[in-house]
Design a protein around this ligand. Structure first.
Ligand SMILES: Nc1ncnc2c1ncn2[C@@H]1O[C@H](COP(=O)(O)OP(=O)(O)O)[C@@H](O)[C@H]1O
Ligand SMILES: [Mg+2]
Length: 272
């Protein structure tokens, strides 16, 4: 049985002028435990909307979402909130760390809601996670004193401290330079694999996307499978389409950035 299963999921919102914006029109996706999946799409294609549905922050307008075979529509609000905290870890583009709190306090924060032993040993668990992301010597550092890459590593430690079964990353390298972004993604891939967590990374960066085992493109409200890793090809955005073309005789090792610098995102409003 799949860990996560979306079947024909839609999401529409009513705009102030009373028209409907159809963001997702029929998303079907199945993710097994421990799988790494990436979703690319230009800005405004509904990537964050999809991630919010996956992370139980938003509900589908129609269609079905099953977690471990249980349709989430059947869970009470309380049960949904508990699954969100127990099963999901979130990493965002803008880190979202608590200002004025140390790295250790930030990472320990999700454990305040944990029960049993995790609650009582929270400082130790948080320190272990920070050590795992290479920040064992910066436990008392304030986020504003850390570089962007370090802040994102704190955020990764925070996302993983409760050992979620799924890590949802929304443009995790979007605020970082190419090299730092690559290092942060390597760390995220590695820790997800170590802990057996599934990783769903949403990005417009094709090099980041190529690291996953399965890739999709979000366009016109649906997910389309995408090939990003054929040897000897580079994939680049051509308009709204990722296009692979032969790269002479050069074979790119997997994980090599296909594009040096992703184009700046353009905010595009979907059809009403
Ligand atoms: N609650 C909402 N109300 C109105 N418009 C929304 C709402 N949520 C998302 N949108 C619009 O839906 C489109 C997709 O948004 P989003 O999922 O954030 O895209 P992405 O993450 O791919 O940039 C955008 O045009 C956005 O402005
Ligand atoms: Mg987004």
């Amino acid at each position: 049985m799949a860990l996560l299963e979306l079947t024909d999921v839609t999401r529409s919102v009513r705009l102030p002028d009373d028209s409907m914006l159809h963001i997702l029109t029929g998303v079907t996706l199945s993710v097994d435990a421990g799988e790494h999946v990436s979703v690319v799409g230009r800005s405004g294609t509904g990537k964050s909307t999809l991630l919010n549905i996956l992370g139980l922050l938003d509900a589908p307008t129609s269609g079905e979402y099953a977690l471990d075979g249980t349709p989430i529509g059947r869970l009470s609000g309380r049960a949904r909130a508990r699954r969100r905290g127990d099963d999901f870890g979130f990493v965002f583009q803008q880190f979202n760390l608590l200002p004025g709190r140390t790295a250790l306090e930030n990472v320990a924060a999700p454990l305040l809601y944990a029960r049993g032993r995790a609650f009582w040993s929270r400082s130790r668990l948080a320190a272990e996670m920070l050590d795992r992301v290479g920040l064992g010597a910066r436990l008392d550092a304030m986020p504003e004193k850390l570089s962007g890459g370090e802040q994102q590593r704190v955020a990764i430690a925070r996302a993983l401290v409760r050992r979620p079964r799924v890590i949802l990353a929304d443009e995790p390298t979007g605020a970082l330079d190419v090299d730092t972004g690559g290092e942060v993604m390597s760390l995220l891939d590695e820790i997800a694999s170590d802990t057996g967590a599934a990783l769903i990374a949403i990005t417009h960066d094709l090099a980041v996307a190529a690291r996953a085992q399965r890739h999709y493109r979000l366009a016109d409200g649906v997910l389309v499978p995408l090939t990003l890793d054929s040897p000897g090809h580079v994939t680049e955005w051509v308009g709204d389409l990722p296009v692979s073309r032969p790269h002479g005789a050069v074979t790119l090792p997997s994980g090599t950035p296909a594009v040096a610098a992703p184009p700046a995102p353009q905010h595009v409003r979907g059809p009403a």
